[in-house]
Design a protein around this ligand. Structure first.
Ligand code: ADP
Ligand code: NAG
Ligand code: NAG
Ligand code: MG
Length: 345
């Protein structure tokens, strides 16, 4: 590098120092606010993501390339089964003294979903999605970051543990809901286009596709059923080939021709990503749970949730609209709490 005369830097140093001081003060302010209230969403996002085909997790200093078949076979030790779905069997495993999750295809019939999920994992690596560490298509294995708290379905159990009691508040729970809607928004505006989270025909199933991280944020994990909607070419989707039932799925996902006519996949009309919006109020309500303040938050979310449940998909808000509404509620309740705190002082 070319060296510059020292005097041209002389004026720069105080300015840099000032900037640094300001940045530090800002950071401190954020930390204080965070301590009293809650962190803004995405605060935990990794500032320097790894390039495509690489990963970093935990305390790793550098990005490593995804592990190959060879490395998966020789360096990964399978320890115990921690989860199972229709497509994958997931094992807590060990790689270089780190805990990792090894997913194996359950049956060859599911190969297509497995490979689709792997392709999505590769393409959608981001703070919203579980970190991919490696894969081996020949062996039908995928290695991902291990999250000891497991699926979002375990939320109540987790938050009732003594070490998470501090987080069992409406603030943290609303932040989880923001995280969840943030993932849906990410999928609807993904680098691949508008993706629909199809593996979500009931609440427990939906929750099982997401993982809770130890710092209590949500990542999408199971991306085996993410069909693409293309508005401009009129391309719509169907979630599976079987008849769906119940209130959890959107009304346009139900067989429209009555009970007299038996279900026939090729007659079933396709639909768009607004099916995900229909499901948001139920998932968010689960996330809010039943702690002090949950019902107050539910009350403030009433209007946006009512819009999510519009019969007509076009009348439902976008995930971004929902995210904005949640953020407004969070900010206004935070301001209220702050001014109440001031009055108490
Ligand atoms: N990285 C992980 N860390 C911890 N638990 C996991 C991880 N990946 C999956 N699991 C557990 O395994 C279950 C099944 O995984 P999933 O990928 O949804 O399989 P399937 O595609 O068969 O539904 C999840 O619901 C979760 O409980
Ligand atoms: C969140 O957890 C991940 C590990 O899962 C860790 O790397 C990251 O630093 C944590 N972020 C914060 C803000 O604590
Ligand atoms: C959507 O369809 C249009 C027109 O067919 C095409 O040009 C575009 O690439 C498609 N977008 C995606 C994300 O597939
Ligand atoms: Mg699953």
């Amino acid at each position: 590098m070319e060296k510059r005369p020292a005097d041209s830097r002389a004026g720069l140093l105080p300015a840099l120092a000032l900037l640094l001081a300001m940045a530090l003060m800002n950071a401190l302010l954020y930390l204080c606010l965070d301590w009293v209230f809650i962190a803004p969403p995405h605060a935990s996002a990794d500032p320097s993501r790894c390039p495509y085909g690489h990963f970093r997790m935990g305390q790793m200093a550098n990005c490593s390339p995804w592990l190959s078949c060879e490395e998966l076979r020789t360096d990964v030790r399978q320890l115990k089964l921690v989860g199972e779905g229709a497509v994958k069997r997931v094992f807590l495993s060990e790689w270089k003294e780190r805990k990792v999750a090894l997913s194996r295809l359950t049956s060859l019939e599911m190969e297509e979903d497995f490979l689709h999920g792997l392709q999505m994992l590769k393409s959608l690596q981001s703070p919203h999605v579980v970190t991919l560490l490696g894969f081996c298509e020949d062996d039908h294995t995928i290695l991902t970051e291990y999250h000891p708290l497991g699926s979002l379905g375990n939320l109540e159990e987790t938050l009732s543990l003594a070490r998470f009691q501090h987080a069992n508040t409406w603030q943290h729970r609303l932040r989880l809901a923001l995280g969840y809607v943030g993932i849906i928004d990410y999928l609807h505006h993904s680098p691949l286009g508008t993706l629909v989270m199809c593996d979500s025909s009931d609440l427990p199933k939906t929750l099982s596709q997401y993982l809770l991280t130890t710092n209590l944020s949500i990542v999408a994990n199971d991306l085996d059923a993410l069909p693409l909607v293309n508005r401009s070419s009129g391309m719509l989707v169907k979630c599976g080939h079987r008849e769906l039932h119940g209130d959890f799925v959107a009304p346009e996902q139900l067989w429209p021709f009555g009970e007299d006519r038996p279900f026939q996949d090729d007659l079933m009309p396709a639909y768009d990503e607004k099916v995900d919006i229909w499901k948001i109020p139920d998932v968010s309500s689960f996330l809010l749970g039943h702690v002090e303040g949950s019902d107050m938050v539910r009350f403030h979310l009433f209007d946006i949730h009512k819009a999510c449940k519009s019969q007509s998909p076009a009348d439902r808000p976008t995930a971004r609209d929902v995210l904005d509404a949640y953020q407004k509620v969070l900010n206004s309740l935070r301001d209220t709490v702050m001014s109440q705190t001031r009055e108490m002082l």
